[in-house]
Design a protein around this ligand. Structure first.
Ligand code: EPU
Length: 421
């Protein structure tokens, strides 16, 4: 059922928000269940549309899933039905390509649909394919599918990423853990999700070192075993609510937020007039001063400013006390929120990869259209600070990555309501 969100602007967010488990750790962690016969139990899994999509793909492949009494997601792959991940799954959720590495390494073959167009940019899959080839898989592209085969198993090697890739590194890790001999991933992604994912694989019996640095070393092992693992809090969800708090001049305890995962973002937020006080169980965020300072950013791989917090930050800059520039270095088409923000009264001009935002005194509510996950939430934040009523259409994007967003924000004083579209 199509839904939209009505937001009445003007409320300050005050209270506590519990940060859910990380989406971008949960998705690869779920795919790691393909690497073993034994159950993998994941706790603190967020209830998100993308998690449902991943369960559906795994179910199609033959992985049994159930929610245990304590809320953990238990996955077991002891009866694989197929090594094909069809178009319908991959089209819906690009992270489905994470089935490639584990299927090839454990079962010697995989057929994964090419993801095709993606709203935020071309997002090639070439690096994933090259990693499989370097590990000895034969790869052909036919009828829109990547067909990889390694009947005699994969062989450890150096995998060199010309561009660091989060899911590319995760796919390479899953392929290399069961390969014969030693592999090294060079120019590996260093995002906290990748580090924690390598930790999960080690708990499952892998032998990985160097994660968190650009060179990860993997000693292949015969097999992996089951594990119980807790998904860490979602740093992007935390950063999103931190921006919403500063934008509304509120004061919110983000319970579970790990500030170390967000250093570059939090420093930026501080320069823009926010405050974050580390407390026992998270961070307390509020505004230091009346006005938001214009502070320019360039997105970058970790530990730089995260692309997944660019759209939300642009909303904050729309009400800053001057001009700032926002340069998007990771994805070439990730400014689709800008024209929608302009419809709400923002002053933004885009020139290639850089947006110039000139702060205005206030935004005004409007009907807007969400185009991807982070763009949608940037419009929700805009709705919170705008005068009058905002309606964000195409809400399904939001539900891919934000668990119970209206519950969490209404609990802090927002006035939001989900409506039938
Ligand atoms: N790239 C290639 N070829 C490839 C793979 C990537 O050219 O084979 C390029 C991309 O086009 C991009 C750059 O490499 O320019 C980095 O992309 P990356 O591969 O790191 O992105 P990803 O792994 O597809 C993950 C997150 C994204 C997040 C990016 C960057 C998951 C499931 N997704 O995507 O999350 O934006 O890393 O940090 O982990 C989101 O949550 O909203 C989201 C889009």
């Amino acid at each position: 059922m199509l839904q939209k969100m009505r937001i009445s602007g003007g409320a300050r967010l005050v209270g506590t928000i519990d940060i859910s488990g990380s989406k971008n750790l949960t998705l690869p962690a779920m795919m790691a269940s393909l690497l073993t016969d034994h159950p993998l139990s994941l706790s603190n899994v967020p209830r998100l549309a993308d998690v449902v999509s991943a369960i559906e793909l795994l179910d199609y492949l033959g992985v049994n899933s159930s929610w245990s009494g304590d809320g953990s997601l238990v996955l077991r792959c002891n009866n694989l039905k197929t090594t094909e991940a069809p178009y319908d799954f991959v089209r819906k959720m690009r992270a489905s390509v994470l089935a490639l590495g584990p299927l090839v390494s454990r079962f010697g073959r995989a057929s994964v649909s090419l993801p095709g167009g993606c709203a935020i940019g071309a997002r090639g899959i070439d690096l994933h394919i090259k990693a499989m080839q370097q590990l000895g898989a034969e790869v052909t592209i036919e009828n829109g599918y990547i067909n990889a085969s390694a009947p005699n198993g994969l062989v450890g090697c150096d995998i060199n990423f010309p561009v660091s890739s989060v899911t590319g590194t995760e796919n390479a890790l899953m392929a290399a853990v069961l390969a014969r001999g030693t592999s090294r991933i060079l120019n590996a992604a260093m995002e906290p999700e990748v580090v924690e994912f390598a930790n999960l694989l080690n708990v499952m019996g892998a032998n990985i070192t160097g994660h968190g640095t650009p060179i990860i070393t993997i000693e292949g092992v015969e097999s992996l075993h089951g594990a119980s693992f807790e998904i860490m809090p979602d740093r992007i969800e935390a950063g999103t609510y931190a921006i919403a708090t500063v934008a509304t001049n509120g004061s919110v305890l983000l319970r579970g937020c790990v500030p170390d995962h967000l250093s570059s973002f939090l420093e930026t937020l501080k320069s823009a007039g926010g405050v974050y006080d580390p407390v026992d169980d998270g961070i307390l965020v509020y505004r230091r001063q009346d006005e938001i300072e214009p502070v320019s950013i360039c997105t970058a791989q970790y530990p730089g400013y995260p692309t997944d917090l660019q759209a939300q930050y642009m909303t904050l800059m729309t009400i800053a006390n001057g001009a700032s520039s926002i340069t998007e270095n990771i994805f070439e088409n990730r400014f689709m929120h800008a024209p929608e923000l302009c419809r709400m009264g923002a002053n933004i001009t885009i020139n290639g990869r850089t947006a110039t935002v000139i702060g205005v005194p206030e935004l005004s509510g409007a009907q807007v259209m969400a185009t991807d996950l982070r763009a949608s939430v940037s419009l929700v934040i805009a709705g919170l600070i705008a005068g009058g009523e905002t309606v964000v259409n195409r809400l399904y994007h939001l539900d891919r990555g934000y668990e119970n967003i209206e519950g969490k924000l209404n609990n802090c004083g927002a006035d939001m309501e989900r409506l039938k579209a």
